[in-house]
Design a protein around this ligand. Structure first.
Ligand code: DX5
Ligand code: ZN
Length: 217
């Protein structure tokens, strides 16, 4: 079966210290970094873009950067984010104009392609594209902010995808922590994003190892 990987989100970390916060997560066992790009249009919040990613990549040359693009014009940022050194570009189906063309453009940069759906979007809408992407991201909070409550009624979306696509990478993102990760693993998610639960803990290593333990059962 698929390896289960844990990729913390640094959204609620101390962004004035993005490098050391990111490095600490990797030292505490993160398999990859989930970087939340928000443009203030697709979501009512604003974070950072490719200039920051480029600087972070200079200091962290090896880690897998999983870019969660919560932006209104995902086609606009493909090349800047690729040139910044990202490994995976996950855009929102809701923001894509020509989804197949966008998938093609991301792929031609060499990045892995991810497609994300918000809680209000049915999983059937992503089915036509699954065989052309590397990963599907099922949001378990309304995108825009960390620290929200996990929406467990999103689990059937993961179950449906896993039953149809046994080898697909399925990422879950939003409100995931030690108390909710079992639901995600049981539903079939194999890429786990956890933000606040890890970055605001006074013992992130402990949280990371408990998340790891839950998925390794
Ligand atoms: C929300 C972001 C998530 C969020 C996860 O829009 O996409 O990645 O930062 O953080 P928690 O785990 O705190 O919900
Ligand atoms: Zn995210």
């Amino acid at each position: 079966g698929l390896m289960c990987k844990i990729g913390p989100s640094i959204l609620n970390a101390d962004l004035s210290d993005l490098f050391s916060e990111s490095q600490r997560l990797l030292d505490n066992g993160a398999d990859y970094l989930h970087l939340d790009v928000m443009d203030g249009h697709f979501v009512p919040n604003l974070t950072f873009g490719h200039p920051v990613v480029k600087c972070l990549r200079r200091k962290i040359p090896e880690a897998f950067f999983d870019m969660h693009m919560m932006v209104a014009e995902p086609d606009k940022w493909v090349n800047p984010i690729a040139e910044a050194g990202a490994n995976q570009y996950t855009f929102h189906l809701e923001a894509a104009e020509d989804t197949l063309e966008l998938i093609r453009r991301v792929r031609e940069t060499g990045m892995r392609v991810g497609i994300a759906i918000k809680p209000g979007t049915c999983v059937e809408s992503v089915l036509p594209f699954v065989d052309k992407v590397d990963m599907v991201l099922i949001m378990t909070v309304e995108p825009g902010f960390g620290g929200q409550s996990f929406m467990k009624d999103m689990m059937p979306k993961i179950q449906l995808l896993r039953s149809k696509f046994p080898d697909l990478d399925i990422e879950v993102d939003g409100g995931v922590g030690p108390n909710t990760i079992d639901l995600c693993a049981e539903a079939g998610a194999n890429m786990i994003v956890s933000g606040t639960a890890v970055t605001t803990s006074d013992n992130p290593r402990h949280v990371m190892s408990s998340l790891r333990h839950s998925v390794e059962e």
